[in-house]
Every structure is written in structure tokens, then in C-alpha cells.
Design a protein around this ligand. Structure first.
Ligand code: SF4
Length: 489
């Protein structure tokens, strides 16, 4: 082989082609799978991102809010580029760019200078501060730093500056989302509770959901119901704003006034219980009205649960329009059922998404055969097992808790399935296994506009059923013999 200068490069150890072939086949074997599952100290391609990324998502869900990373510039670029590639929209955030001196002497000077610049340049209504690994390792005290910033006049006295510790060596993006959302709500609602006041509204917490269409869908459903709504935190317009020639750094988000008044709500409902446990627990102790925690409404049963709960909380009949929508979703499932029935799937991703995928697949008579979560809990395992045990299609399906996408590859190569559901990172295993990947999770880097289609609600059911079944029909058309190439399918 020649290098760029055209000179011959002599390999120190040449690998014979037959050795390459042997290893290629070996990593697809049962023997390799056993060794892969025996691995303990190494994680290869986990299906999650780091805490601050979730914190940034939560921050974008509030009006005029500038996400502020206390830590390394490189880390901030990672969260921004990940969100930017997923949504194909800007993800404006700043960093106080700590370097070696910050790591030795602490990052207070960086934070103070960064806050002052951020206020002057980007004129936010709120700055949401969260940390990368470095300040967490050295133990920077954000409470003291931000208090000092106010005393010294680096931020206006009345500007809310919620902050969250988001150490990435402990937890994932859903934990960062939870911490940031909690801090924002605690900050905005401080002193806002009014005895006897009720906004009459539903506070809806969507959880760490990266599909903008889901937020629009919640708003549409509640409009059909006639239920006034505050979405906490609403990223719909922040990451799906119209292309009209004018760039707006703060394109969307829940109005700060509404978020502050949410403490006087009629009811608060979280639909991302695994992504918001700390926030919801605090809400139960501090918010007026009823408090409800339900699974993300994916599939008919989980959507029904949400609809019935809203009807109960607000003393309303389920509107005819929603009943009809449900009927159309069931019809879409029935029309497509024979193309999914009996098919095996490997699913991976965040806990709330996983519960949704599994529930939906079982409703379609499909088998969620390999269920992989890279950061799960006993509670999640129990809930997933309960879903599997409650359906005849759950028999033989297995949950792999705290396993990564390299484990998943071994599973799909040794015990094949018909398709995978997850995010773009699974495409390599899907290609090796020669099966389709349905990109319903986060992040999706290699397809366009996916976040603009809902996964939740009855519309989400229609979308997911259509995506999956039409892909199976495509494969049939592309691979069948001529005599089976039919007009009708
Ligand atoms: S894991 Fe830590 S070092 Fe890596 S990007 Fe996240 S915050 Fe930065």
C-alpha cells in the first residue's frame, strides 16, 4: 500500500486475509457472544448521552432561556452538535470555556466573566447553568459562585439563574434533564404559590422527549378536550421553528410567567416518569392540585390511559373527535396487522421510550424479543417484565439491563430478529444483521425530519405502524422472485 507521498508503507505486522475473515466470522458466534457478555470494565457504544445534554434540552424548553455550560468548550460543542444534527436546527448555548487554569484554581472567574458576556451579548430572560465533568471532578460550588455573581453585579438582580449539577460519570441525559427541569421550576415558582388560587390548567411534563411533533400532539389533544395547558418544558418551537428568513435565538419555549404560575395548577401530569422522578417528587410536595404519573402514551393502551385520566381530572367527556381518532388508529393497526404479527424486534434506548415500544409491539402481535437498556433500574426491569408477562407475544422475549450496543450486536447476530427500533447508533448492527432499523429514538443523525412525526398518541400509533409495515412490504418487493412480485400486498 502506498502513502500520500507515493511511498510504499510496510506494515509491521501484516494480517493475513484468512485471519481477517476468521475474526469477522468469530464475532458473530455464540462463543464470542459469551465472552462479550462476560465483559465488565468496558462499555462499548452505550445507548445514551451524557447528563448535560439532557439539561440543555430542558433549558431550551423555556422562553428566552440561554443554556450555559459551566465547563469545557469541547463538551458544550458535543451537546450542541448532537441536538443540532438531530433537529437540523441551531441549538444555541454558551460555555464559560474552562481550561487548565480553571481546573487548578476553580472555575468561578470563568463563570462570572461568561455570565456577564452572555447577558450583554444574547440578552436572555433566564440563564440555565449546568456543568460538564471537569467542574464536577474538582468540586466547583455553583451555589456560592452564582450568589457571588449576583453580589458582584455580573447578572441582573432580577434575572433567574437556575443551575444544576450534571456530572456525566453518574447518570445519563435523562438524569441531567430531570435535574435542570427541577431547578428551573424551583427557581421560577419561588414565592409564587397563592393560597386559594387555581389556574384551572393542566401542567403537562412530556419528559426527556426529543420529538417536537409529540409536544404539538399533546397541545392538539388538550385543545380537542378544551383543557387549558402549560407544557413544562416546551421544545416544539425551539427546535422546529419556521424558516422565514429571520433567525430567532429564542424561537420557542414555555412562557416564564406560565411556568411560574404552574405551581397553582389544577393538575400536574408527568408522561416521562423515568426521566422526571426528582422533579415529580418535588412537585408532589409543592404544587397545588392533583399529581399524576403515567407512562409515555405510546400505543393504544397507554394513550387511552392518558385520555381517560385527563377526562377524570377535568370532569369532561372524551370528545367525539378523539374517539374517532382512536377508531382510525385501531383501523390502521388492523389493516396492517398481518405484516407485523409474529415478527421479532430488538429494541433499545431510554426507559420511557422502551416501555412505549414494548407496549406498542405487543399490541400489534409482534415480539419485543431483545430489549436492551444501557442505563436501567430494577423498577424499569419489573415494569417491562410485567408487560411481557401480560401478553402471549411476550413469551421468550428477554430484557438486557445495563448492556450496550455491542452486546446488542451479539444478540442480533446469534439470535436473529426481523428489525430493530432505536436511534441511529444501531445502524451498524442492523447493517451487519441485514435487517431494517426504525429510528424512533434519539438521536437520529442519518434521516431527515423524523422529529416532526409523532410517536405518542393515536397519531403516533398510525405513524409507527405505517413506517414498520411499509418497510417490510418494501423488502418483500425488493427481494421476492418475479412470480411473487404482486400489485396487491
Ligand atoms: S461525558 Fe463529561 S467530558 Fe464527556 S462530553 Fe459529557 S460532560 Fe464532557
Amino acid at each position: 500500500m502506498a502513502n500520500l507521498l507515493g511511498l510504499e508503507v510496510k506494515k509491521i505486522v501484516a494480517t493475513p486475509p484468512e485471519e481477517i475473515e476468521r475474526v469477522k466470522n468469530w464475532i458473530n458466534s455464540e462463543e464470542y457472544k459469551e465472552q462479550n457478555f462476560a465483559r465488565q470494565a468496558l462499555v462499548i457504544n452505550p445507548a445514551h448521552a451524557c447528563q448535560p445534554l439532557g439539561a440543555q434540552l430542558a433549558a431550551h424548553g423555556f422562553e428566552g432561556t440561554l443554556p450555559f455550560v459551566h465547563g469545557s468548550q469541547g463538551c458544550a460543542s458535543y451537546y450542541r452538535s448532537t441536538l443540532n444534527r438531530h433537529f437540523r436546527e441551531p441549538a444555541p448555548a454558551v460555555s464559560d470555556a474552562m481550561t487548565e487554569d480553571g481546573a487548578v484554581f476553580g472555575g468561578q472567574n470563568n463563570l462570572h466573566e461568561g455570565l456577564e458576556n452572555a447577558v450583554a451579548l444574547y440578552k436572555p430572560k433566564m440563564i440555565a447553568v449546568f456543568t460538564s465533568c471537569m467542574p464536577e471532578v474538582i468540586g466547583d460550588d455553583l451555589t456560592a459562585f452564582i450568589k457571588n455573581a449576583r453580589t458582584k453585579g455580573h447578572v441582573p438582580k432580577d434575572m433567574p439563574v437556575p443551575f444544576a449539577n450534571t456530572p456525566s460519570f453518574n447518570g445519563t441525559h435523562i438524569h441531567g434533564y430531570d435535574s435542570m427541569l427541577l431547578s428551573i421550576l424551583q427557581t421560577l415558582t419561588e414565592g409564587k404559590q397563592v393560597e386559594g388560587r387555581c389556574t384551572g390548567k393542566l401542567n403537562l411534563i412530556a419528559g426527556c422527549d426529543f420529538n417536537t411533533a409529540d409536544y404539538r400532539e399533546y397541545k392538539r389533544i388538550m385543545k380537542e378536550f378544551g383543557v387549558p395547558l402549560t407544557v413544562l418544558a416546551d421544545i416544539a418551537d425551539s427546535f422546529d421553528s419556521p424558516c422565514n428568513g429571520t433567525y430567532n435565538i429564542y424561537a420557542g419555549g414555555t412562557p416564564l410567567e406560565d411556568a411560574a404560575d404552574s405551581i397553582n395548577g389544577k393538575a400536574t401530569m408527568t408522561l416521562g416518569p423515568y426521566a422526571t422522578p426528582k422533579t415529580f417528587s418535588w412537585i408532589k410536595d409543592n404544587y397545588a392540585g392533583k399529581h399524576v404519573s403515567l407512562p409515555m402514551p405510546m400505543g393504544i393502551e397507554k394513550t387511552d390511559a392518558m385520555i381517560m385520566k385527563v377526562a377524570e381530572l377535568f370532569g369532561k367527556e372524551v370528545p367525539e373527535s378523539l374517539k374517532n381518532e382512536r377508531g382510525r388508529a385501531v383501523d390502521a393497526m388492523t389493516d396492517a396487522q398481518q405484516y407485523m404479527h409474529g415478527k421479532k424486534f430488538a429494541v433499545y434506548g431510554d426507559p420511557d421510550y422502551l416501555v412505549g415500544y414494548v407496549s406498542f409491539l405487543l399490541e400489534m402481535g409482534a415480539h419485543p424479543y431483545h430489549i436492551v437498556c444501557s442505563r436501567g433500574s430494577k423498577k424499569l426491569e419489573k415494569e417491562l417484565q410485567g408487560l411481557l408477562d401480560g401478553s402471549m407475544y411476550g413469551k421468550g422475549c428477554k430484557i438486557y439491563m445495563n448492556k450496550d450496543l455491542w452486546h446488542l450486536r451479539s444478540l442480533v447476530m446469534t439470535d436473529p430478529v426481523d428489525a430493530m427500533i432505536g436511534d441511529s447508533h444501531g445502524k451498524f448492527a442492523a447493517r451487519d444483521a441485514n435487517i431494517p432499523l426504525f429510528r424512533f429514538g434519539f438521536p437520529v443523525f442519518d434521516r431527515v425530519n423524523m422529529h416532526r412525526y409523532p410517536r405518542i398518541g393515536y397519531q403516533g400509533v398510525i405513524y409507527m405502524v405505517s413506517q414498520i409495515c411499509n418497510k417490510f412490504l418494501d423488502i418483500k418487493d425488493e427481494t421476492c422472485e418475479d412470480r411473487f412480485f404482486e400489485l396487491m400486498r
